[in-house]
Design a protein around this ligand. Sequence first.
Ligand code: ATP
Length: 250
Amino acid sequence: MIKLVNVNMNFRGKQVLKDINLTIEQGEIMVIIGPSGSGKSTLLRLIIGLLKPTSGEIWVNGREITTMTEDELNKIRLEMGMVFQYSALFDSMSVGENVAFGLRQHTDMPEEEIARTVRRKLRMVGLRGQETAMPNELSGGMKKRVSLARAIAIDPHIVLYDEPTAGLDPIMSNTINRLIVSTRRMIDATSVVVTHDMSSVFSIADRIAMIYGGSIIETGTPEKIRQSENPIMVKFIRGGSAESKGRSRV
Ligand SMILES: Nc1ncnc2c1ncn2[C@@H]1O[C@H](COP(=O)(O)OP(=O)(O)OP(=O)(O)O)[C@@H](O)[C@H]1O
């Protein structure tokens, strides 16, 4: 479970997140939406402990992380996997080495077991047998899938996704969305997904939180959000769809 209590974040005096209160239950897929610059990525970086809030508490699986040392945070991060916006694979390493990276860095798992785990995780994301491929031989969607396999290699309790379908065509976006849902089912992970892509939002979310100007203006199930009468939300849902269609043609 993830819980943010009265979280404020300022960058050089500019308030980027204002009094955020948000609870994400164990096993839930929470999708964070909001316009560009509203503070979505900042929220993810706070949850993974890359940023410390100006004030407020952040609880991850029952522990308050804002007062932790870097060593303590590194341990907590082992319970989290992150899928970065641009996949962030190591280009000089093969697919298998990318997926194995965290296991080699943070566990003393024997090589045979690492190889078995890598094989299993690649199978989960539909990339069976791609261990020796290099990232530059892969399409954007395949890179995203490798990035997901790497994020879940150490069986995290929490998976964070930053714009997982950005730049992908609608078919590959659907594949990634199905993987987000099946990953939650397979490893019972709590998932936080930041996205602009409104078609993804409604197909994967258990709940949606809308950030606007640094504040959460509405939280609820997809049905509740669809029926929202908040003019900002109504406008965003319509505009967001148009934006995601435009982007997917690129
Ligand atoms: N390290 C930083 N230093 C100063 N300002 C920052 C920093 N990180 C983010 N900001 C500012 O905080 C605001 C929110 O940024 P953030 O990246 O969280 O928004 P976002 O909702 O994820 O936007 P996008 O959808 O465009 O990725 C922006 O005005 C940004 O310029």
